[in-house]
Design a protein. Structure first.
Length: 257
């Protein structure tokens, strides 16, 4: 199966794997740059209201252990390795968009839409640069040096490269590492700007030029970790700071008497 460097040659059958799902409640939020954000880019505008149905999202990023299990199950060979050591509980890196989507499909999920990702990352605080406030701190996230592009440490962040998933406090939806550690692929295409007006459960276009990653990483300088940042990237691209997190539709509970 051609997977790690491009599109999967055939879809893998859905597989039961235990993932740390969290149900993100339905709600509305203002998507895009927050008022007073002087670093706002055109692709993050206009700020607009989005209403979303409830969905499930992994509490943590896809790990090395989870990706290794996937690779063995589908016969894809060992995943690419970064040039630094990683334990099984570290986030998997060097994921193309295709590999991330294939893993999520195999695990019974999908990649989150951009709106789902940002809503989940903000966790009810859509007027802030970060879910905890407007000041970036290493007590809440693993990110890089102020000078691009290299890792850094300080405070709770003792990892120069990736940190074990869940090493930092969760946001108010119970989600870890929505800021920093690794960039996360979403199901969407970069656009020059957002559409005008309110939207409900927006879905990505069928095609586009470049895919999108969200959240920033251990390698990036602080300015790109704002929750509204949209990073365009080739679907076939992969680096040592790119990973993923899966979503899925909320599953109805079967009640038996």
């Amino acid at each position: 199966m051609l997977l790690w460097c491009g599109a999967a040659s055939s879809p893998a059958p859905a597989q039961q794997i235990e993932l740390p799902w969290v149900t993100v409640p339905a709600g509305s939020f203002r998507m895009g740059c927050v008022p007073g954000d002087e670093a706002c880019l055109g692709s993050e505008r206009p700020r607009h209201e989005v209403t979303l149905s409830a969905f499930d999202l992994m509490a943590t990023e896809v790990t090395v252990a989870q990706l290794t299990e996937f690779a063995a199950a589908v016969g894809a060979g060992p995943p690419p390795q970064p040039d630094f050591p990683q334990a099984p509980d570290h986030p998997a890196v060097h994921l193309t968009w295709h590999a991330a989507a294939a893993f999520c499909d195999w695990a019974g999920g999908r990649l989150p839409t951009e709106a789902e990702w940002e809503y989940a990352a903000r966790a009810g605080h859509d007027g802030r640069l970060f879910w905890w406030g407007d000041e970036l701190t290493r007590d809440y996230a693993n990110f890089g040096d102020v000078e691009c592009c290299r890792g850094a440490t300080g405070g709770t962040d003792t990892w120069i490269n990736t940190a074990p998933v869940g090493s930092f406090p969760p946001n108010d939806f119970g989600l870890h590492d929505m800021t920093g550690n690794v960039w996360e692929w979403v199901d969407g295409w970069i656009t020059i700007a957002y559409p005008e007006g309110p939207r409900a459960d927006p879905q990505p276009a069928d095609d586009g030029y470049l895919r999108v990653m969200r959240g920033g990483s251990w390698l990036n300088f602080p300015g790109v970790l704002r929750l509204s940042v949209r990073l365009p990237f080739s679907a076939d691209g992969h680096t040592s700071n790119v990973g993923a997190r899966c979503a899925r539709d909320v599953r109805d509970l079967l009640v038996t008497e």
